[in-house]
Design a protein around this ligand. Structure first.
Ligand code: ADP
Ligand code: MG
Length: 553
C-alpha cells in the first residue's frame, strides 16, 4: 500500500487493497517478465525451431511455430507481457512476418538494459542510447539492402520460401507450390500508382480454408471463394459466363415501422393481400432478370417466395453474404454494389467465367472463378486436419506479408542472422564515436541483435559462441559479408548462395518496434494495481495498438 507522511500524518494515496511496486523493483520485475515472454517463443525461431502445442481450457489444440499466435494463445496477464504480445501483433499487422524475432529482440534489449541498470546507469541514459542505436541500425540495414522488382520470380520465390521455411506445412515441393501461389496472388491484386509506387492490399488475397485432402491440394482461385450455399435447391448450381449482380437489399416485404394495422375481415381480403405480396416479390425478381444478371449475391435475406421466382427464372442467388466478401467480389468481377433494384442495370453487373456451388468435405461453397484480371483472388487451403490447415493458413499469411513487403519496398536483405551481424558490427563501430554512457547502451543493442544468429545456431545444435565469433570475423571481409548460419549444414555459410533472403521491412520494423517496446518498459518506475480496476499498462504502444488488446483482432 502506498503511504506518504505529511506533518507526521499518514496520507493514503491509494485505496485499501491496492498494490504498488516502485523504482528498481518495478524495473527488475518488468525486465524479468519481458525476458520470460521472449524465452517462451525463442525455441521456435527458424527452420529448425520447434513447434508449440497450446491447449485451451476447453481442450482446443493449436500447434504452431508462429510467434504472434503463441503469445496470443498464451493469454498472458502481466501488463508488460501484454506489451510484448502487442509488438508481435504490430509486427504481424505491419509486415506479416518476423513476429518471433521482434519479441526475442525486445527481450534481449531489456536484458541488456538490466545489466546496465545494475551497473548504476540511469534508465534515461539507456533509453537515449537505444534510440540512437535503433536509428543507426535502421540506416545500416538499408545500406545492406538489395533491390528486387515485382517481376523477379527467382528472388521473390526465395523470400517466400524462407518465410515459409520455418513452418511445418509440408515438403519442399508443397512449400514451393504455396510460395508460387502467393507470388501470383500478390502480383494479381497489387496496384502500381502513377509515381511507380506499388500498393498491395492484403485484404484482397482471401485465404479460405477447409480441412480435407492434403496441403498439396491447396488451390489458387482467380476470383473469390464464398463460404455460403445457393439459396434454393431449384436454382442452377453452376453458371458459365456469369453476369453477377451485387446487392445490398432484402428480397422481402418491408415491414411497416408504424403501428398501422391491416384489418383483414374476409378470406377474399386475405387472398388479395397475399397476392399483392407475391406480386411485389415477383416484381423484384423480374427487375433482376431484366438487368441481365444470372447470379446475385446479396448482403441481406431472400424470402422463400422470392427464391421461388428467382429459381424459376434460372437465377442463382446467394444470400447473407458478408460485407467483406462483397467488397472482394466487386474487385474480382468488377460489379458495382447496388442498394435498390430500381437502380440495377446491365452496367452494374460483373463477370466471372464460372460461378459454381461445390460440396467440399460435406459443406457447400460457392466458387466465383475464372474472373478476368481479378483484383481480388483466393488461396483455398486444404490439409488433413483442422490443426494442419490452421498452421498452413498462418504460414501463407506470413508469406503474403513477406512477399508484399518485398514488392512494396523493393528491397531485401540476407537472412540466417547475416544482416544482424552486419548491423551489430556497424553499431559497435558507431558506438566508439559516441561519447558518454550512451555508448554502452549502443553496444548492448548490438549484442541484442546477435541473439538472432545465436538462437538460430542453437536450434541447429551448433556452438553459439563459436558461430558468433566466426561470423563476426567473416563479416569483416568483403567476401564474407553475406555469411550467416547455415542451418542445414550446421556451419556458417554464404546466405547469398543458399538464397536465404528476407524483406528489408521485416528487419526495420522489428528493430523499431523492439526498441520502442524496450523504451516503454524501461520508463516505468511505478506499477500500481488497484482492486476492482483491470490492469492497464501504462504508456502507449508502438504502432498505436490498444493496450492489453489481447482479444481484439
Ligand atoms: P519469425 O517469426 O521471426 O519470422 P521464423 O521462425 O520465421 O521467425 O524464423 C525467422 C528466422 O529464421 C530469420 O532470421 C531467418 O533469416 C531465419 N531463417 C529462415 N530460413 C533459414 C534457413 N534456411 N537458413 C538459415 N536461417 C533461416
Ligand atoms: Mg518467419
Amino acid at each position: 500500500m502506498a503511504e506518504n507522511q505529511l506533518n507526521g500524518q499518514q496520507v493514503l494515496l491509494l485505496p485499501e487493497g491496492a498494490s504498488r511496486v516502485i523504482g528498481r523493483d518495478a524495473q527488475r520485475t518488468n525486465i524479468a517478465v519481458a525476458v520470460a515472454v521472449a524465452g517462451a517463443v525463442k525455441t521456435t525461431l527458424g527452420p529448425k525451431g520447434m513447434d508449440k502445442m497450446l491447449v485451451s481450457d476447453l481442450g482446443d489444440v493449436v500447434i504452431t511455430n508462429d510467434g504472434a499466435t503463441i503469445l496470443q494463445e498464451m493469454n498472458v496477464e502481466h501488463p508488460v507481457a501484454k506489451i510484448m504480445v502487442n509488438i508481435a501483433k504490430t509486427q504481424d499487422k505491419e509486415v506479416g512476418d518476423g513476429t518471433t524475432s521482434v519479441v526475442i529482440l525486445a527481450g534481449e534489449l531489456l536484458k541488456g538494459a538490466g545489466d546496465l541498470l545494475d551497473q548504476g546507469i540511469h534508465p534515461t541514459t539507456v533509453i537515449r542510447g537505444y534510440k540512437m542505436a535503433s536509428e543507426k541500425a535502421s540506416s545500416i540495414v538499408s545500406e545492406y539492402a538489395r533491390k528486387v522488382n515485382v517481376e523477379d520470380d527467382k528472388t521473390l520465390e526465395k523470400i517466400a520460401m524462407v518465410s515459409m521455411g520455418s513452418k511445418n506445412v509440408g515438403d519442399e515441393q508443397t512449400k514451393l507450390l504455396l510460395s508460387r501461389m502467393v507470388i501470383k496472388a500478390v502480383r494479381q491484386v497489387m496496384d502500381k500508382e502513377a509515381s511507380g509506387k506499388v500498393v498491395v492490399d492484403h485484404d484482397f488475397i482471401k485465404v479460405e480454408k477447409k480441412a480435407g485432402g492434403s496441403v498439396a491440394n491447396t488451390e489458387f482461385i482467380n476470383g473469390v471463394l464464398v463460404d455460403k450455399e445457393v439459396a434454393h435447391p431449384g436454382m442452377p448450381k453452376s453458371i458459365a459466363n456469369a453476369k453477377i449482380a451485387l446487392l445490398d437489399l432484402a428480397f422481402e416485404i418491408e415491414k411497416t415501422e408504424t403501428d398501422a394495422r391491416i384489418e383483414i375481415t374476409s378470406p377474399e381480403q386475405m387472398q388479395s393481400f397475399l397476392q399483392q405480396e407475391e406480386s411485389i416479390l415477383k416484381d423484384m425478381a423480374e427487375k433482376v432478370k431484366k438487368s441481365g444478371a444470372n447470379v446475385i449475391f446479396t448482403q441481406k435475406g431472400i424470402d422463400d417466395v422470392a427464391q421461388h421466382f428467382l429459381s424459376k427464372m434460372g437465377i442463382m442467388a446467394i444470400r447473407r453474404v458478408k460485407k467483406s466478401d462483397m467488397e472482394k467480389l466487386a474487385r474480382a468481377t468488377k460489379a458495382k454494389l447496388v442498394t435498390s433494384l430500381d437502380d440495377l442495370s446491365s452496367q452494374d453487373l460483373g463477370n466471372a467465367g464460372m460461378v459454381e456451388e461445390r460440396k467440399i468435405s460435406g459443406e457447400h461453397m460457392v466458387f466465383v472463378e475464372k474472373c478476368k484480371d481479378p483484383k481480388s483472388v483466393t488461396i483455398f487451403v486444404r490439409g488433413s486436419s483442422e490443426q494442419v490447415v490452421d498452421e498452413a493458413e498462418r504460414s501463407i499469411t506470413d508469406v503474403i506479408g513477406a512477399v508484399s513487403s518485398a514488392v512494396i519496398d523493393g528491397k531485401y536483405v540476407m537472412g540466417g542472422g547475416s544482416i544482424e551481424i552486419d548491423v551489430a558490427n556497424g553499431l559497435r563501430e558507431y558506438s566508439s564515436n559516441v561519447g558518454g554512457r550512451e555508448q554502452l547502451a549502443i553496444q548492448k543493442f548490438a549484442d541484442a541483435l546477435e541473439a538472432i544468429p545465436k538462437t538460430l545456431s542453437e536450434s541447429a545444435g551448433m556452438d553459439a559462441i563459436d558461430t558468433l565469433v566466426q561470423l563476426r570475423n567473416k563479416h569483416k571481409t568483403k567476401s564474407g559479408e553475406t555469411f550467416g548460419v547455415d542451418i542445414f549444414r550446421n556451419s556458417v555459410g554464404d546466405m547469398e548462395k543458399s538464397g536465404i533472403f528476407e524483406p528489408l521491412k521485416v528487419k526495420t520494423q522489428a528493430i523499431t518496434s523492439a526498441s520502442e517496446a524496450a523504451e516503454i518498459i524501461l520508463r516505468i518506475d511505478d506499477m500500481i494495481s488497484s482492486r476492482g480496476k483491470s490492469h492497464g499498462a501504462p504508456g502507449g504502444m508502438p504502432g498505436g495498438g490498444p493496450m492489453g488488446g489481447m482479444d481484439s483482432d
